[in-house]
Design a protein around this ligand. Structure first.
Ligand SMILES: [Zn+2]
Ligand SMILES: [Zn+2]
Length: 265
């Protein structure tokens, strides 16, 4: 699947701008993408995410029992329902990741990529990776999706995320304008330009951004560069960056708790 995404991108943008060339250049940013991808597919991130969240999310998944809303529905009904429910959950999570400093400290790791390599899709802090998986599983439990359905969803979602983090510039025409998040739309989300901040949070569908006023039309936005203003990333070792994000997240969380208690007291 990853090979196919690389091939499609190469075909449309040419070798000079392809992700494969970017990975071979071996810049600090592309190196991070590659290692995150390898740790993700070998479940190292899953293990680390569980460890860092003290297994709370896994425990919740086992404990929470939903009354599925689509137990006897045809597969053609629950698939779109599941995609909509899960994608809306992802949209809310993504907004929270940008809204709250303790979560942004973790999500910033994804945004610290300075070039797209398709694998940027998997450049996630292990704790954010655990949170994303949690939304998929909870959405599945809520709708009553069988394991094969979850597998289908995660496979398609994997493909989608590789494409929107590739160097394809496509807006996908009317489909990208009204239904799906295109590569050009997600590039705006990664833009280093302040005027593009907090736009296009959607994962699969762009309808949430349109409904909640966070949509930015790719046809009218030029993305010059991507990344975050923070100079910390792509300069240290990967382990140091992961720990740094975690510490920053913890500090922000404690600061918010004390601020809240201070206001109440
Ligand atoms: Zn984001
Ligand atoms: Zn992204």
């Amino acid at each position: 699947m990853t090979g196919l995404a690389f091939a499609v991108e190469w075909l449309f943008v040419g070798w000079a701008r392809s992700s494969l060339r970017g990975l071979l250049k071996h810049s600090a940013s592309s190196r991070r993408d590659l290692w995150c991808f390898l740790f993700d597919v070998t479940s190292v991130w899953l293990f680390l995410g569980n460890l860092l969240t003290l297994g709370v999310l896994t425990w919740l998944v086992r404990r929470i029992q939903f009354e599925p809303i689509a137990p006897a529905m045809s597969v053609w009904v629950w698939i779109p329902i599941y995609f909509l429910v899960t994608d809306f959950a992802f949209y809310l999570l993504h907004r929270a990741l940008h809204r709250f400093p303790s979560l942004w400290a973790l999500h910033k790791y994804h945004h610290s990529a300075t070039e797209f390599t398709a694998l940027t899709a998997r450049r996630l802090h292990p704790v954010e990776s655990a949170l994303s998986s949690f939304t998929f599983v909870i959405g599945g439990a809520l709708v009553g999706v069988p394991t094969e359905g979850l597998f289908l969803f995660t496979s398609l979602d994997f493909c989608r995320s590789l494409l929107i983090h590739s160097n394809l510039q496509s807006t996908w025409g009317s489909v990208g304008r009204w239904l799906l998040i295109s590569p050009a739309a997600h590039h705006i989300h990664h833009s280093a330009d302040r005027k593009h901040y907090d736009r296009n949070f959607g994962g699969i569908f762009c309808i949430w951004d349109r409904l909640f006023g966070t949509w930015s039309e790719p046809a009218f936005a030029k993305v010059i560069s991507i990344g975050v203003a923070d100079e910390v990333f792509n300069r240290r070792t990967m382990a140091e960056e992961i720990v740094f994000a975690l510490k920053e997240s913890g500090r922000s969380l404690f600061a918010s708790v004390f601020q809240y208690r201070g206001k109440r007291g």
